[in-house]
Design a protein around this ligand. Structure first.
Ligand SMILES: Cc1cc2nc3c(=O)[nH]c(=O)nc-3n(C[C@H](O)[C@H](O)[C@H](O)COP(=O)(O)OP(=O)(O)OC[C@H]3O[C@@H](n4cnc5c(N)ncnc54)[C@H](O)[C@@H]3O)c2cc1C
Length: 396
């Protein structure tokens, strides 16, 4: 992307993966960027994420593929098994096969490491980042926006709400209430390699499926750490928070029966400790909602989704890249933001809906689960599918 002649001042609320990627991408097209972050210190909570080739391609376009690959792992395949019997259900090839098919690898990475790569690059590019600054209220006109919660003197040409699930920018822009409690929860644990059952220390994304629950595990930091998440349909899953208390008993009671290998893994998770994360999403936004005048939404602020496509961060990265492309193409800020939203809304909506559908498929039981398994067995081992998702490259 070449630098544009124009020079606007963007205010980004939120220094998560989406906000930092947007800040960097906008700097790379010659914009002035200030980021305000509510947290006192910069950093990421949480554990691992998977980044499909579509997300890795954005990192490459930001000039960060090498930095990413220094901290990422490249699993060789996704291995799916039945959580009760341990019987294999299917296997999908990742590794070289994905790189060949989609032009970039499928990786797993600690969120903190991905965040650190983006933060360093944003700082090096001259992005101003201010912590301990909660955006509460703003005033926007067709020409500019102004914070109304402290920084009164400062006016900006645009505001990007990258402030996550409980976005204050969205609340003011759309007044559409709280996100929807999906009735699903994620129990997560980060297991040091020394605690892992040795037979599961293989370079694969492993997943086990059962009625109303599935488990995902994959290596981080070259296998030093293992990310383990149990995703279950749960009563009373409406409490907010990224790191709620959770116990081994709560995890075990998600299952009717657990095959021995998986049980060993869950016990290793218990040794390392469990945290709970209730899962929320929202109905997809139209383009007209995603950007209005000089304000636009990005990442989870725009499209929080169930993690059953492992694409929330991927979509935030794609949004960020597209935003910068649109700004480069359109000198007028509202036109650029409208173009950004028009380019992103349908794709984000498709991913949100596919994630919901995946939840239903992973959590099937009885005869329909057997039918699902038979279809997957009949398809045999294939390279990870969905070219519409993984083969996507944002335009530049
Ligand atoms: C269990 C689980 C597993 C997941 N696994 C994957 C995966 O494998 N792959 C994947 O791609 N995605 C995954 N995701 C989704 C992914 O984590 C999110 O989609 C992504 O982190 C969203 O990034 P963001 O920058 O939009 O929002 P956030 O990461 O939420 O960042 C928002 C930032 O804004 C700040 N903020 C909030 N309010 C304000 C305010 N008013 N003023 C200023 N700052 C504010 C916050 O402190 C925060 O730093 C998973 C999610 C869950 C729950």
């Amino acid at each position: 992307m070449s630098q544009s002649e124009m020079h606007h001042h963007f205010l980004i609320a939120g220094a998560g993966i989406g906000g930092l990627a947007a800040a960097l991408a906008l700097r790379q097209v010659g914009q002035q960027v200030s980021v305000i972050e509510a947290a006192k210190e910069l950093g990421e909570v949480g554990a691992g994420i998977q980044l499909g080739p579509n997300g890795v391609k954005v990192m490459a376009r930001l000039g960060l593929q090498e930095a990413l690959m220094k901290v990422a792992s490249v699993p060789e395949s996704i291995v799916i098994a039945d959580a009760q019997s341990g019987k294999p259900i299917s296997r999908m090839l990742l590794g070289q096969a994905v790189t060949q098919r989609y032009g970039a690898p499928y990786v797993s990475v600690h969120r903190a490491d991905l965040h650190a790569v983006l933060l360093q690059a944003a700082r090096d590019a001259g992005v101003q980042i201010h912590t301990n600054q909660l955006l509460q209220k703003y005033e926007h006109s067709a020409q500019q926006i102004c914070r109304l919660d402290g920084d009164l003197a400062q006016k900006y040409d645009a505001l990007i709400g990258a402030d996550g699930l409980y976005s204050a920018v969205r609340a003011q822009l759309l007044k559409d209430g709280a996100p929807r409690a999906t009735g699903h929860a994620a129990f997560r644990s980060l297991i040091p390699a020394s605690h892992m059952p040795p037979e599961l220390c293989t370079p694969h994304v492993r997943t086990w499926w059962a009625r109303d629950v599935h488990v995902v595990s994959y290596p981080l930091r070259g296998g030093e750490l293992w990310n383990l998440v149990v995703l279950a349909q749960q009563a009373a899953s409406d409490q907010a928070g990224w790191s709620l208390e959770a116990s081994e008993a709560q995890v075990i009671q998600c299952f009717d029966r657990i095959e021995p290998e998986l049980l060993g893994l869950l016990q290793a998770g218990s040794l390392a400790g469990w945290r709970r994360w209730n899962l929320f999403d929202r109905k997809p936004l139209s383009a007209a909602q995603m950007a209005q005048g000089t304000v636009a939404l990005l990442g989870d602020a725009a499209h929080p989704m169930l993690p059953y496509m492992a694409q929330g961060a991927g979509m935030a990265l794609e949004d960020a890249w597209q935003l910068a492309c649109s700004v480069r193409m359109h000198a007028n800020v509202p036109s650029a933001l409208t173009h950004y939203a028009q380019t992103r809304a349908a794709r984000n909506a498709r991913v949100v809906r596919t994630a919901q559908r995946n939840g239903r498929i992973f959590h099937l039981s009885d005869a329909v689960a057997l039918a699902r398994n038979a279809v997957l067995a009949w398809q045999g081992t294939q390279v990870l599918g969905m070219p519409w998702l993984y083969g996507y490259s944002a335009r530049d």
